[in-house]
Design a protein around this ligand. Structure first.
Ligand SMILES: Nc1ncnc2c1ncn2[C@@H]1O[C@H](COP(=O)(O)OP(=O)(O)OP(=O)(O)O)[C@@H](O)[C@H]1O
Ligand SMILES: [Mg+2]
Length: 258
């Protein structure tokens, strides 16, 4: 892959007290790709996203987004990015259009109403635009949330668990949205718990485990890390889940969890 890296990390470390969450993370995300960061609960995915989006300072190492250093030029980085956190930033009392126009005003764009209308159209929300966002379905709300993060045309977007809690149809809507962003040249770094999401959506996948990037590559490259299935009656390709579990070890979670 020869596309220049839009996001790059070298030796990034971050601890919270005695807890060494990131222990030297190296990563390159090529322009225009959908890049999925996988890892168990508490692996440090959100921490990494917060460092890249300048909400948190790394203890050591270097991180750059669109050629700007996160540590020395946080304002420059913020001009290039947007962050959609796990919990929707949508104001439920406002309409979809008002939510978008509000963000456009906060970003000092010249014609907030026109910006809002364009994004409503792009996200198939034109008909719902005049309705309070509190009446939207989960999938619509998530699309509005992503639309809000696109106000001002950021070159890089961070999506922290974009489809958590959505039903399969709404997830597919969000996937289509994310795919069309990347097709338009936006670089997307997303975190996910859903291995099928990474399998379906991501151009490249990295697994964060015990503070480091354990593996990084395309789905095919990751699958090739496991020995081919022994042929008995049928040959079974390993799923991304097989790769993930083989590399990170058996889950130690007790109870049902999420
Ligand atoms: N501000 C903080 N203060 C103390 N500990 C923190 C802080 N932020 C995160 N942590 C801890 O760092 C570890 C990594 O957290 P992080 O939120 O990055 O994980 P994650 O991979 O996003 O997990 P999840 O899949 O559950 O979202 C966790 O053990 C968490 O409790
Ligand atoms: Mg998280």
């Amino acid at each position: 892959m020869s596309a220049p890296a839009v996001i790059s990390l070298r030796g990034v470390e971050k601890s919270f007290g005695d807890l060494r969450v990131l222990r030297g993370v190296d990563l390159d995300v090529p322009r225009g790709t959908i890049f999925a960061l996988l890892g168990s609960n508490g692996a440090g995915k959100t921490t990494l996203v917060r460092i890249l989006s300048t909400l948190l300072r790394a203890d050591a190492g270097a991180a750059a987004v669109a050629g700007r250093e996160v540590a020395s030029d946080p304002a420059g980085v913020r001009e290039e990015i947007s962050l959609t956190g796990q919990f929707a930033a949508v104001d439920e009392v406002l309409t979809g259009r008002e939510n978008l126009a509000l963000v456009a005003r906060l970003r000092h764009l010249r014609n907030p109403g026109a910006v809002a209308d364009a994004l409503l159209g792009r996200f198939s929300l034109t008909d719902a635009g005049a309705r309070a966002a509190g009446t939207y379905s989960g999938g619509m709300r998530r699309r509005l949330d992503i639309a809000m993060s696109l106000v001002g045309d950021p070159r890089v977007i961070f999506l922290d668990e974009p489809t958590t809690g959505l039903d399969p149809e709404a997830r597919r809507e969000v996937w289509d949205t994310v795919r069309s962003l990347a097709d338009g040249g936006t670089t997307v770094l997303l975190t996910t718990q859903y291995l099928d999401e990474a399998e379906r959506l991501a151009d490249r996948i990295a697994i964060l485990h015990e503070g480091r990037i354990l593996v990084e590559g395309t789905l095919d490259e990751l699958k090739a890390l496991l020995p081919p299935a022994r042929v008995e009656y049928v040959e079974k390709q390993p799923s991304l889940e097989d790769v993930f579990l083989a590399l990170t070890g058996p889950s130690t979670t007790s109870g049902s969890g999420s």
